[in-house]
Design a protein around this ligand. Structure first.
Ligand SMILES: NC(=O)c1ccc[n+]([C@@H]2O[C@H](COP(=O)([O-])OP(=O)(O)OC[C@H]3O[C@@H](n4cnc5c(N)ncnc54)[C@H](OP(=O)(O)O)[C@@H]3O)[C@@H](O)[C@H]2O)c1
Length: 371
């Protein structure tokens, strides 16, 4: 048995390699999972772009100079040295772009387990938790692909909306004419955020996107208005607004901070515009502040309890999945890519960032891919 890994050069994300290595025997307590399938979106490219600074390369170490990008997906237990985890069990969680992975489960529960490997101990718990599909309320067999593609993103979307509402939109909604400006409006995390924000009153949601993705954003129906990046001057300069930034484009951020004198808050969430990223120092207006999802989870867990928070998220997720998968007008169309060549090609497409935003890419390096 061997393992196939998709490797990316850390300092040049366009350079990739597929490497096959013999599978290592399991140590006591370990399990081997076949990585059945996983999603690839700009979020994973951001993991790679910030691999060193935010330690995303730390999850799945590779040979010197190379990295394995973490992805969200499903794995099935092929071999188990861990009592309480059976061969054939299926888990949702954080995997490498590989055909197999060895994990060291700890803190087992009916819901799942946490990865206990020493090199992952300092990494955030959200990335170290694996859910048993059979016991997971978010999971249905029919919506697996959508789950891999959207679940980690939508949780962030939901938390951003909750955070902004919790903070009263930093005063932007007080006039009744407040606006939330969302960059990279065609991204899944942005439209998940817009889906939530659009359910509130007193705040309009304006999507900013590239000219090519305008129509797509309009078709979603969750933005009150959609503008391309060169149309900012169509908005009144004294607009009371908050900026939720998924693009991370330094020039766009400066333009927004400079143009809108009534910008109440600037929330940095992502960096889809990988070639235009830049610092956020010496900007007019409020400080660009990194959105830290775990902080909002912690706050709501303290206020509502884990169960209530989980319930609210689940209801919102179910409503979102219903909308996204509406057969009459789907927001997301899944495309499967199986095998080394197809995975390499899909990676290049997502990295380039010029593809159809309606497509969600599901990949697999499994020898007998179930996708
Ligand atoms: N902080 C957090 O906790 C957190 C959690 C989830 C996601 N995020 C971040 O949110 C961002 C969106 O992630 P996603 O997975 O939702 O994205 P996605 O759906 O894959 O986004 C695709 C869109 O991003 C833009 N884009 C992607 N690659 C590009 C490139 N190379 N050059 C220019 N534009 C490009 C384009 O949008 P436009 O044409 O509309 O610009 C494209 O339609 C990521 O940066 C991700 O890391 C952060």
């Amino acid at each position: 048995m061997s393992t196939l890994d998709f490797l990316v050069r850390k300092d040049r994300l366009t350079k990739t390699e597929l490497r096959e290595t013999p599978a290592i025997p399991l140590a006591a307590g370990q399990i081997r999972l076949g990585v059945d399938k996983f999603a690839l979106t700009a979020n994973n490219i951001t993991y790679a772009a910030f691999g060193d600074t935010m330690n995303y390369w730390g999850f799945y170490p590779a040979a010197e100079g190379w990295g394995r990008i973490p992805v969200w997906g499903f794995g099935t237990v092929l071999e188990s040295g861990c009592p309480g985890i059976a061969v054939g069990e299926r888990f949702y969680g954080y995997y490498p772009m590989s055909s197999q992975i060895v994990l060291q489960p700890v803190r087992l529960s009916p819901a799942g387990f946490f990865e206990g490997a020493e090199h992952r101990a300092a990494l955030h718990a959200v990335y170290n938790s694996y859910a048993r599909c059979a016991a997971d309320p978010f999971h249905t067999v029919q919506t697996e692909d959508v789950e891999a593609l959207l679940r980690p993103l939508f949780i962030t979307s939901w938390l951003i909306d909750d955070f902004l509402a919790d903070m009263d939109f930093f005063g932007a909604g007080a006039s009744g004419n407040g606006v939330a400006l969302l960059s990279s409006a065609s991204s899944k995390t942005a439209y998940g955020t817009a889906f939530q924000l659009a359910q509130r009153t007193g705040i309009a949601v304006i999507g900013l996107t590239s000219a090519a993705n305008r129509e797509f954003c309009n078709s979603l129906g969750c933005y009150h208005r959609v503008l391309s990046y060169d149309e900012l001057d169509r908005l009144a300069a004294d607009l009371a607004c908050v900026f939720v930034d998924f693009a991370g484009n330094a020039a766009l951020r400066r333009e927004i901070h400079t143009r809108f004198g009534n910008l109440k808050y600037s929330c940095s969430v992502g960096g889809t515009h990988v070639e235009q990223l830049g610092g956020a120092k010496d900007l007019p207006g409020p400080r660009a502040t990194l959105f830290f999802a775990p902080a909002q989870i912690k706050k709501r867990t303290a206020e509502w309890g884990t169960q209530e928070l989980g319930q609210r998220l689940l209801y919102a997720w179910q409503a979102f999945v219903g909308k996204v998968g509406d057969p009459a007008a789907p927001w997301l169309v899944v495309r499967h890519h199986s095998g080394p060549d197809a995975v390499s090609a899909a990676y290049a497409e997502v990295l380039g960032g010029r593809g159809d935003p309606r497509i969600g890419h599901m990949l697999s390096l499994a020898p007998h891919s179930p996708v």
